[in-house]
Design a protein around this ligand. Sequence first.
Ligand code: PLP
Length: 391
Amino acid sequence: MNYITDKLTKIKDDGLYRELRYIETAQSPRVKILGRDCILLGSNNYLGLCDDYRLKKAAIDAINKYGVGSGGSRLTTGSCDLHKELEKKIACFKGTQGSLVFNTGYMANVGIISALCDNSWVIFSDQLNHASIIDGYRLSGAKLIRYKHCDMNDLIKKIKKYKGINNLIVTDGVFSMDGDIAPLPDIVKIAKEYNMMTMVDDAHATGVIGKHGSGTASYFGLENEIDIIMGTLSKAVASEGGYIAGKQDLIDFLINSARSFIYSTALSPCTIAVSIKSLEIIEKDEERRVNLLATSNWFQNQLKIAGFNVMETKTPIIPIVIGEADIAVKFSNILLSQGIYVPAIRPPSVPRGTSRLRISLMATHSKKDLEEALDKIIETRKKLNVIGRLL
Ligand SMILES: *Cc1c(COP(=O)(O)O)cnc(C)c1O
């Protein structure tokens, strides 16, 4: 049986083979990879809180009080008072009745969609939604209709054609690989008109956009208008875990039916303590967020001035779409050899022909870091042009 070898060969032939890269220091603007100093330009640690002393202290204090492992699933012995405190805090932050913490954002998406939807449901999903939404649908028995990215005419056309007994519109709030923001006011309006439920994945919006960084609904002044808000604690919040926020009925329903919640050991108290502290910081430290967005705007302008074809975003995510996977990888490898780490993103994470460098900024990047990175990016593009490749 050469099944696995054949599959691997095919992945390699398509230029889609992926390997792990190991960072030897904290997740911060400057890291070490293979002993070499690099500027990190692709982390989801948007607010730079991953190695913040206050979060480290919260973790250490929680370890001293609670130990390390959680010891059980949430419905058996794994829930501690910190879980309750965090869930209250998230609900407050999002302006919802309640919230429920899952072990990852991936598990939150898979858990809710597979618990809520069955074959009486039709799920209308933006074509660029995160893979965990798709995997939730796969476990659900529902019908999935993909609409063109942020295209409301296409959404309405498809609703008219495919609407079922129960219907859900689901969208990323901030799209992870493009950094653009979903047209939530239109989506809410359409959902009302056609009597459908709405769900927003706030993974990249939490801590980044909206009042105090509370996410996409707040960004558009649509608090209380979204039925299901999902998010992660693993990006700007700089911890781990995912959550669903919404009405208390929804939360009680998930506790009783979301399999990825029920059949998995709870997150450790120290991870939960970090999330609590981090949300506290995010709510207070508006400046960190505002500076990050201003820096992103500046960086995008610099790239444009240098002739790059960047998609403008109002987030710290800045994609440079290159096209073919092998060129994107080459670009990323040359940059790494120059001390700049920007991961190349290829299919299946992005559609074919749109492989890219996904730059993402941290609030803790200095201007000097970013100027150095810009120089190297511009230099590398020149190098690649020299060898006859068009970008
Ligand atoms: C990262 C991400 C998730 C998954 O969250 P994790 O906590 O990393 O499992 C879900 N949705 C989107 C849009 C994401 O970017």
